[in-house]
Ligand binder design. Structure first.
Ligand code: PEP
Ligand code: MG
Length: 762
């Protein structure tokens, strides 16, 4: 069975267009299971029905014509119950509904399985047989397994936009709102700009064409162009590269010859596909042939065939052969990328960046944190959306809810503009009180610090409204280079930062790479990077890197007294002891140097991030060897809930309002107080309206957030009453799930006039 399953899935996967693949699947299933009919229905949630999209055994004319309502017939029943249905005589079942067009009068035995992807029923797969019998348990299990695999394919195909039924230029559902994960609050509108469009035959969305002549012409012209490009390249490389590399150009030449690739591509064009799709089909089949070869040298050539395919594709589409599109960035731009990275954002022209849509990532991936730091609304994790279709479209983005509206109509646009206006008004009001103190209505003072380091250009470290820097992430300067920065380079950078406001504390965190922050020049390949070699684990294993950084921090602080050093990802007391030993070693070295210059070196305060749950049980021990704690609620949430903060598939499970996270935060506040260790919260929760209220109620008096949120947080503090916040905390601590907590908090915020901070409009 397993071999059959694998064979079928493999064969079906190789067909680029979903409805062709589904037809093939129906055929193969009939052969493999010796049944009389196999059909596939796909759900259309807008119309609330299942459409017959492929069949072998039912009337072919019914494909694309017969739809079965979500609450109708046996197919509807499978969708409703989300489980297989196995009956010996379908026609006698009370839910059986007769659809004359499908011509199933002769069939009795019926087995159907839902096709479910991420809890959503995408369709139904059915088998039918003329004689009455119950399908065996093996057959049922086989169908369920197949439906599960099919679900992923269908979801991916939808993502590629290749379901023909939906493909009339832009599918209807594109007019509506798409749902992602809120990444950075705020509203934004602009033109979609797809970063790095790669011309790849694999990601090309198949299309049919009626105009065969034009398609053949396009194809032939593109081949000529590619051959000319190759000749130039080959000429240029003469003498510079070994002969076997140049031999690859010969291979390209040979393949591009009209008698091999050309003949096959033109055959596909005649079958009704456009030139790029025909090319895709043929090149992908060549790649498979090369990959299956015994000779390792020939197997390797699959990559070259793919590269050549990409080049021809780029030429067909009239795009330069370096495969990337050099386009003007629109004035009001919504940046779209498969995965928006922190470096990508750092390099993007800020003045044009209105919003961000990242297909991957989640609420607390570093790209989202950076978007918040820049004050740019962002939506993350739209993973199943055909990304290319957002390019150059007008886009409205709601970073509060995660909604993305593509090509809005006039009414929606008008309403949206109104909300943007209201958001601006609120922001003006908040700014008008920027010099007032951060004190609650019942006189509880909160100290507000800033998080910095994610974007050196956009974040000013001398914010007159902040009490200092509560977290400086040192990773980005490391990530933006092609090698580790030298000690001197680090000293220069850190000195500038410490000097900007010498009378305010500045907390520098030692290097926290690993996880979703890899260094381009020090790749780490791990199965579970967030549970792997990250933060202090990596730097303690490489004291040469740690010591250089600490020395740089200390040298930068000569003559100043505002440096605090913070250690990330602490799991054990021994890590702190070891780090402190190295810090002391560096201190004595630098102190001597300072003395020689007639300067003094102040021993910085040393603290740890509380972000790995293990430290919750070691607070007394830690309190004896550190000067302060800082709660990293981002990682604490990730590790307490065992939810990857970067994985869109589980984004809905990542929630700092989870009762376990709230309870952990509460415990830390109480223990830090008892142990008399100063504590700050520097995770994203400290910059969120609801988080501010709860943290304050728990007893936290120091919060650190991005610059952009600082005045908002101050506004919140000034508008709440500590006593009321404590009542709210007592109530939410009795709740069982994060959604209820959020609702309760939002009700409270609305009641004190702060609703405009958690949703669009005032
Ligand atoms: C955290 O984990 O809460 C934190 C502040 O650190 P980072 O987001 O950089 O991991
Ligand atoms: Mg962290």
């Amino acid at each position: 069975m397993l071999t059959t399953l694998k064979r079928i899935v493999q064969e079906v996967n190789q067909i680029p267009v979903l409805d062709d693949a589904l037809s093939c699947l129906a055929n193969r299933l009939i052969e493999a299971l010796k049944v009389d009919s196999c059909s596939i229905y796909l759900a259309d949630y807008e119309q609330q029905y299942f459409m017959l999209v492929a069949t072998q055994g039912l009337a072919k004319a019914a494909v694309g014509q017969v739809s079965i309502g979500f609450s109708e017939g046996l197919v509807g029943l499978i969708g409703q119950r989300e489980e297989p249905l196995n009956i010996s005589d379908a026609q006698r079942h009370p839910r059986f509904k007769h659809y004359p067009e499908v011509q199933e009068d002769n069939y009795h035995a019926f087995l159907g399985a839902p096709i479910i992807h991420q809890r959503k029923v995408l369709g139904v797969l059915t088998l039918q047989q003329q004689h009455k019998r119950r399908f065996s348990e093996d057959e049922e299990a086989f169908l369920v397994t197949l439906a599960m695999q099919l679900a992923v394919e269908i979801a991916n195909a939808k993502a590629r936009g290749s379901i023909n039924l939906l493909q009339e230029n832009i599918p209807k559902y594109w007019q509506k709102s798409l749902k992602g994960v809120p990444g950075s609050s705020g509203l934004a509108s602009g033109v979609g700009y797809l970063q790095n469009i790669m011309m790849s035959i694999h990601s090309h969305v198949p299309k049919r064409s009626k105009n065969q002549q034009v398609q053949v012409q396009n194809y032939r012209q593109a081949v000529k162009q590619t051959q000319a490009d190759m000749a130039v390249l080959s000429e240029r490389m003469q003498g510079e590269v070994p002969d076997d590399v140049r031999a690859i150009f010969q291979l390209y030449y040979h393949l591009l010859d009209a008698n091999s690739l050309g003949r096959d591509v033109e055959k596909e064009i005649k079958a009704g596909w456009d030139a790029p799709t025909s090319l895709k089909m043929v090149v992908e089949s060549y790649i498979r042939q090369f990959q299956a070869m015994n000779d390792p040298y020939m197997r390797e050539r699959a990559v070259d065939v793919e590269d050549m395919g990409n080049r021809v594709l780029a030429n067909i589409l009239g795009i330069t052969a370096d495969k990337s599109v050099k386009r003007e960035i629109p004035e009001h731009c919504i940046l779209i990328a498969e995965e928006v990275t922190a470096v990508m954002l750092a390099e993007f022209p800020n003045e044009k960046l209105m919003g961000i849509v990242s297909m991957r990532g989640s609420n607390n991936s570093h790209a989202a944190i950076m978007a918040r730091a820049m004050g740019v609304p962002a939506v993350m994790g739209l993973s199943n959306i055909p990304i290319a279709l957002l390019n150059e479209k007008e886009i409205l983005l709601d970073g509060y809810t995660g909604d993305v509206i593509v090509s809005p109509n006039v009414t929606i646009r008008h309403e949206f503009d109104q909300l943007v206006l209201e958001e601006q008004l609120l922001s003006e009001r908040i700014h008008s009180e920027d010099t007032l103190p951060a004190v609650t209505t019942d006189n509880c003072e909160i100290r507000l610090f800033t998080n910095a380091g994610l974007s050196l250009e956009t974040e000013k470290n001398d914010n007159p409204h902040s009490d200092g820097v509560g977290l400086f992430r040192t990773e980005i300067p490391f990530m933006m280079r092609e090698r580790f920065p030298t000690e001197h380079e680090q000293v220069e950078l850190y000195r500038g930062l410490l000097e900007a406001e010498p009378n305010k504390p500045f907390t520098m965190r030692t290097l926290d790479v690993g996880g979703d922050k890899p260094l381009p020049y020090f790749p780490i390949s791990e199965e579970n990077p967030f549970l792997g070699w990250r933060g202090i684990r990596l730097t303690l294993d490489h004291p040469e890197i740690f010591l250089v950084q600490i020395r740089a921090m200390l040298r930068a602080s000569i003559g100043l007294e505002n440096l605090n050093i913070m250690l990330p990802m602490i799991t054990s007391v021994s890590e702190v002891s070891e780090a402190k030993r190295l810090i002391r070693q560096a201190f004595y070295e630098v102190e001597e140097e300072a003395r020689e210059q007639g300067e003094s070196l102040h021993m910085p305060k040393i603290g740890v991030m509380l972000e790995v749950p293990a430290v919750l049980y070691q607070l007394p021990q830690l309190s004896k060897i550190v000067d302060f704690f800082s709660v990293g609620s981002n990682d604490l949430t990730q590790y307490l809930l065992a939810v990857d903060r970067n994985n869109a598939r589980v984004a809905n499970l990542y929630d700092s309002y989870h009762p376990a996270v709230l309870s952990a935060l509460h415990t830390i506040a109480k223990h830090s107080d008892l142990l008399q260790v100063p504590v700050t919260v520097c995770g994203e929760l400290a910059g969120e309206p609801g988080g501010v209220v709860l943290l304050l109620a728990m007893g936290y008096r120091k919060l650190s957030m991005n610059n952009h949120n600082l005045l908002k947080v101050k506004w919140i503090v000034r508008n709440i009453h500590r006593g009321n916040a404590e009542q709210l905390l007592a109530k939410v601590l009795t709740l069982n799930n994060p959604q209820d907590v959020r609702e309760e908090i939002n009700l409270y915020l609305e009641s004190v006039g702060l609703g405009g901070l958690v949703r669009a409009g005032i």
